[in-house]
Every structure is written in structure tokens, then in C-alpha cells.
Design a protein around this ligand. Structure first.
Ligand SMILES: [Zn+2]
Length: 235
């Protein structure tokens, strides 16, 4: 007998019966014509944070990479097996995505492990330690920033980690070139698991703002742009 997890077999059965049957035609088209996602999302491995769920996306819509603490390494050539860098290269140069979203989240275990390590990252694991060391520049930047006493230090580092990964993205020449040309846009986001709130980083202020407020403002702006012009008052 198999020891494959029973809940996965049950879940797969439901997917095949309900979801696949409903979207069979779309899936067949995706298989034949290939994928053409417009957006890449870099998210955490955390099981509570699912980009497809948060953005209500269907297969083929998002190109997703998930790693510990949603980190983008800097552009480093040679040595190592650069999984995230490979995915980034493929998304940008082959799929030609238009947007890259780095999505942090609350209570991130990777960020927490970094904070609790007190510089002894070896204790966090043979592979986890060197990986989350990438948060070091973010932590240094934070340490050099005036302290807001109301800010939760875990949240502050989660935000700073996203900002650092955005900076690291620009160290990849193929990303930097397209961002400069305006054909690729990079964004920071942060998701709150318990409330379902999403915050989007304002690229000018680097402050994270409520996504629903941002959505409402966008709608207002679009409505104003499409509103018929007021006829000039005649005297
Ligand atoms: Zn995480």
C-alpha cells in the first residue's frame, strides 16, 4: 500500500472532479499554447501565504517562486545552485513578465529566525543560516534608521527585507535594464495572514499602504479619467 498522504489524494480527487472539469477547456489551451503570465510573484514558502489565493489567480496567470522569507539574492555569478535567480532570469528574459511582486508576510519564520539568531546564524540550520543571512543588509539599514517606538521590530524587518530584495532585484542587469526602460515594474507587498489585509509599498516613499485603499483610489482615478467633460457654462 502507498503511504502517499491520504488528504492529498482526497484533495486531488476533488480538484479533478470540480475545478478541472469546470475549467477543462482553459487548461487544455494552456497546455497547447503555453504560459504567458504577466506577473512574477516572489513569496515565502510559508504554507499560510499562497499568492494564487491572495490574488485570486488562475493557472497561467502568475509565475511564482517561493523561498524562505521571500528573498531575492543579489546578482552573483558562479558557484551554488541559484534557484531564485534562475526563475527570475526565465521570467524576465523568456516569459517577459511585466511586473515582479515581492510579497512578505506577518510572523515570517525566516525573519524571526534571523532576529533570534543574534548573529549566530549557523544555529538556524546548515542551509537556512546562509540563506537568511541575506537579511543582514536590511537589518543594518534598520539599525541606522530612527526608531519608531510603536513599530513592531518583527514587522519592521519584514518590510525591510522586502525593500532589500527590491534593491537586490536591480543588481540583475536584465532586470535593471528593463526597469530603466519602463517595460518592467517591480513592487513590494506584505500580507497579514490573520486579517487577510494586503499592503503595497509606495515606490516613492517606501511606505506600505493598504491595498484596498489603493484599489479604491485607482477606481476613482479611472472614473475621473473616463467621465464625460462638463459642458462649458454659457452666459
Ligand atoms: Zn515567511
Amino acid at each position: 500500500m502507498t503511504n502517499f498522504p491520504k488528504d492529498l489524494l482526497t484533495g486531488y480527487g476533488l480538484y479533478k472532479e470540480r475545478i478541472y472539469r469546470q475549467f477543462e477547456e482553459e487548461y487544455q489551451k494552456l497546455a497547447i499554447y503555453g504560459q504567458e503570465p504577466q506577473t512574477m510573484v516572489i513569496s515565502c514558502c510559508d504554507s499560510r501565504v499562497t499568492p494564487e489565493g491572495v490574488f485570486h489567480a488562475q493557472p497561467g496567470e502568475l509565475f511564482v517562486v517561493r523561498n524562505v522569507a521571500n528573498l531575492v539574492p543579489p546578482f552573483i555569478q558562479g558557484g551554488g545552485t541559484h534557484g531564485t535567480s534562475a526563475a527570475l532570469e526565465y521570467a524576465v528574459t523568456s516569459l517577459k513578465v511585466k511586473h515582479i511582486v515581492i510579497m512578505g508576510h506577518c510572523k515570517c519564520g525566516g525573519v524571526q529566525a534571523f532576529r533570534e539568531s543574534n548573529g549566530k546564524l549557523g544555529k538556524t540550520g546548515q542551509f537556512v543560516g546562509p540563506w537568511i543571512k541575506m537579511l543582514e543588509p536590511a537589518a543594518i539599514t534598520l539599525a541606522c534608521t530612527p526608531v519608531d517606538k510603536n513599530e513592531d521590530p518583527q514587522l519592521a524587518l519584514e518590510y525591510a527585507g522586502v525593500r532589500q530584495s527590491l534593491k537586490n532585484l536591480l543588481t540583475f542587469p536584465f532586470v535593471e535594464k528593463l526597469v530603466t526602460q519602463g517595460s518592467l515594474h517591480i513592487h513590494g507587498a506584505w500580507f497579514d495572514i490573520g486579517t487577510g489585509s494586503l499592503r503595497i509599498m509606495n515606490n516613492e516613499t517606501e511606505i506600505f499602504e493598504d491595498a484596498q485603499d489603493l484599489g479604491a483610489r485607482l477606481k476613482e482615478q479611472e472614473a475621473a479619467e473616463h467621465a464625460p467633460e462638463e459642458p462649458e457654462a454659457s452666459e
